[in-house]
Design a binder for this molecule. Structure first.
Ligand SMILES: [Zn+2]
Length: 453
């Protein structure tokens, strides 16, 4: 998921004891849930195995896939694995490619100061500071006097490294700072942690970012900001960002099942992004288990369950690339879909089965078809024992481009911010019990949706 602005969590929360009690109840309930095909050819609610979903998510979050960045070998391998699973369930699978320009971490990262008395202070990459993709400036190295900004309009010495407090830090000011001769900027991060990796440079949907040079940017924690802003007058700063933009090819995985032999015309599209935010210069990677190996694995499991339950139905699963960059895979699909999407329903899965709670948010653009779909999802999730709420308008998930192309689209997500876009987003943060319960609820919901209710 792209880092969202103004996302509200579902209010409230559950104590751990309650979650465990619920989990035990769910496990007992799932053991006796019906599965497979019902009598006389009617489809019973298909069963989704949470442990299998977790196993596939854990595989995708593993070292072979190296954070599944758009255009990376790990991303390509993930696409192959997902395609193979869906082919095994009887789907025809094609890869649809699209161009993208992405930030990679290809250089050194550094933040150091030298006081007038020669005292040096070094800060730690991913603990105290990180890269900033917003604004589209490439990284590199810059050195100059440290200047604490208290008014974005106020003058500063040319060649300065600007230290900008969070309340004044706005990428819209970059061009002005650069034009007035700033060598670089260190901005205080607010509500986001230096351990996170951002990819979206701020470009419009469907557009390639036009990289800029000559102005090096870093983000810094509040604690490190306080230390830096107390530096004695005459302190110099050396900053280095590893960020470079490269042209790559994204790859959507489009799987269809032509159940009636008349060409695929699915009523429901299930989608999830399989990409994540990649690697760091030291070769370490961001696993992205919750974001969004979980959703991609769930989409595959639902695809398998629905193919078994509805052998004569047209089905479609879309696994998008480039969600983390700019929803670019979903946008590419919406521009040239493999089947008509106006008027169909689209369920997007993004970050599912976090152990942290059993609460889900359902997001839509707030349009009438999206809201209708979201309401039916909330009802199905609540009936399965989840807390769920519809929030709209929420723009920056993969349902957005599908909605704008005429689908009734909504996303379900557990936007768990604790490990979001950090190397801590591991499979151990996922719950097979919760994935099992959720998978069964979504499979039953999908069955009704495809049947036309
Ligand atoms: Zn993400």
């Amino acid at each position: 998921m792209i880092e969202v602005m103004a996302i509200k969590r579902v209010s409230g929360g559950r104590a751990i004891g309650t979650i465990l009690a619920l989990a035990a109840t769910f496990a007992a309930a799932c053991a006796c849930a019906p599965s497979g095909k019902g009598p006389a050819g009617t489809a019973a609610a298909p069963d989704v195995d949470g442990a299998a979903v977790l196993a596939l998510a854990a595989e995708l979050a593993g070292p072979d896939y190296s954070g599944r960045a758009l255009g990376s070998p790990g991303g390509a391998l993930a696409a192959e694995l997902l395609a193979e699973r869906l082919r095994g369930a009887g789907y025809s699978v094609v890869f649809r490619e699209f161009p993208e320009r992405v930030p990679v971490n290809a250089g050194n990262a550094a933040l150091e100061t030298v006081a007038p008395d020669g005292a040096r202070r070094s800060f730690a990459w991913r603990e105290d500071f990180r890269e900033i993709a917003r604004g589209g400036y490439e990284g590199g190295r810059a050195e100059g006097p440290l200047f604490v900004v208290s008014d974005p309009e106020a003058p500063f010495p040319r060649g300065s490294i600007l230290l900008v407090p969070g309340r004044l830090h706005d990428p819209e000011d970059d061009a002005s700072y650069a034009a007035r001769g700033a060598a670089g900027l260190v901005g205080e991060l607010v509500g986001t942690d230096p351990a996170r990796r951002p990819l979206w440079a701020g470009q419009a949907p469907g557009a390639l970012v036009e990289p800029l040079a000559g102005f090096v940017k870093l983000g810094i924690s509040a604690e490190a900001f306080d230390l830096l802003s107390a530096s004695p007058p005459g302190t110099r700063a050396l900053i280095e960002s590893p960020l470079r933009f490269v042209d790559v090819t994204g790859r959507n995985v489009v799987a269809t099942r032509d159940g009636d032999g008349g060409g695929p015309a699915p009523r429901l599209l299930i989608c999830a992004h399989y990409d994540h935010v990649g690697t760091d210069p030291d070769g370490s990677y961001f696993p992205g288990a919750l974001d969004n190996a979980s959703g991609a694995a769930m989409a595959v499991a639902l695809g398998e369950a629905l193919a078994l339950a509805l052998p004569d139905a047209d089905l479609a699963i879309l696994l998008t690339d480039g969600e983390e960059v700019n929803l670019s895979g979903a946008s590419a699909f919406a521009r040239a879909p493999d089947f008509p999407i106006a008027g169909i329903s689209a369920l997007n899965l993004d970050m599912l089965g976090s152990r942290a709670d059993m609460e889900l948010s359902v997001y839509s653009l707030g349009d009438s078809a999206g809201s209708k779909l979201a309401r039916s999802l909330v009802a199905a999730l609540e009936a399965a024992g989840f807390r769920a709420a519809h929030e709209a308008p929420v723009l920056n998930l993969d349902h957005g481009p599908l909605s704008r192309a005429g689908a009734g689209a909504a996303s379900i997500t557990e936007y768990d911010t604790a490990d979001y876009h950090t190397k801590r987003d591991l499979p151990s943060g996922l719950s097979d019990v919760e994935l099992d319960r959720l998978g069964d609820a979504l499979a039953a919901w999908a069955l009704a949706e495809i049947a036309g209710r």
